[in-house]
Design a protein around this ligand. Structure first.
Ligand code: CA
Length: 223
């Protein structure tokens, strides 16, 4: 899952990026409204964390513009405490959730998880596909109840496929949603990671759909 953080406070921006990266997300970052608007307009993010008070272009205008242009990714806004009117304006402009500053990082992580699972159509943090179970809360995957060891990239790939179980996901989509913008995007890397995953989980769980991409769990009955 790939996220965008738009926050002009450099310390806070860094803390958000580091906590979100540690939780297994690919994270892009912007420090003003214009840059943030541009990235959100051109890159396919799974969710965005958007501060409202930003230089160049304020967060509310950024959000309104995205929604006018039918950019529908989930957006979590950061508001000043006690500014209830900001929260109302933000939600009305198309925000999906808000967190008031100052906040605990755990709250941001929990709200991001909730946004991501809701936008993928899941009500719970745990997703099961056959013998596989993903716990997005702890970023862990188990196979028949035993934890499997995954690298950060393998986890991202498997988590994305599990969130979108039963659907064919193209290599391009995977590249766009698994890597931040600075990553060297070579579509062969996806094949390498899929190959590695197939050695760690029952290989038939990830089906190659010729010319289209990959599909996880299409042959597993809904749990
Ligand atoms: Ca700010």
């Amino acid at each position: 899952m790939r996220l965008l953080v738009v926050e002009d406070d450099r310390d806070l921006n860094r803390q958000l990026v580091s906590a979100l990266s540690e939780a297994g997300y690919a994270v892009d970052t912007a420090f003003d409204g214009e840059e943030g608007h541009f990235l959100g307009d051109t890159e396919p993010y799974d969710a965005v964390i958007l501060d409202l008070g930003l230089p160049q272009m304020d967060g509310l205008s950024v959000l309104e513009q995205w929604r006018r242009d039918e950019r529908n990714m989930p957006v979590l806004i950061l508001t000043a405490r006690d500014r209830w009117s900001d929260k109302v304006a933000g939600m009305d402009a198309g925000a999906d959730d808000y967190v008031a500053k100052p906040f605990h990082m755990e709250e941001i992580l929990a709200r991001v998880r909730a946004l991501l699972r809701r936008s993928a159509g899941h009500a719970k943090n745990e997703i099961e596909v056959g013998p596989l179970r993903l716990d997005a809360g702890s970023s862990r995957v188990t196979l028949d109840g035993s934890p499997i060891k995954l690298t950060a990239h393998e986890y991202r790939l498997l988590a994305y496929l599990m969130h979108h179980r039963g659907r064919v996901v193209s290599r391009t989509e995977l590249i766009e949603h698994l890597y931040d913008q600075d990553f060297d995007r070579d579509s062969n890397t996806i094949e390498v990671f899929v190959g590695r995953l197939r050695k760690k989980i029952p290989a038939e769980l990830i089906e190659t759909v010729r010319g289209l991409g990959y599909c996880l769990g299409s042959r597993v009955d809904e749990a």
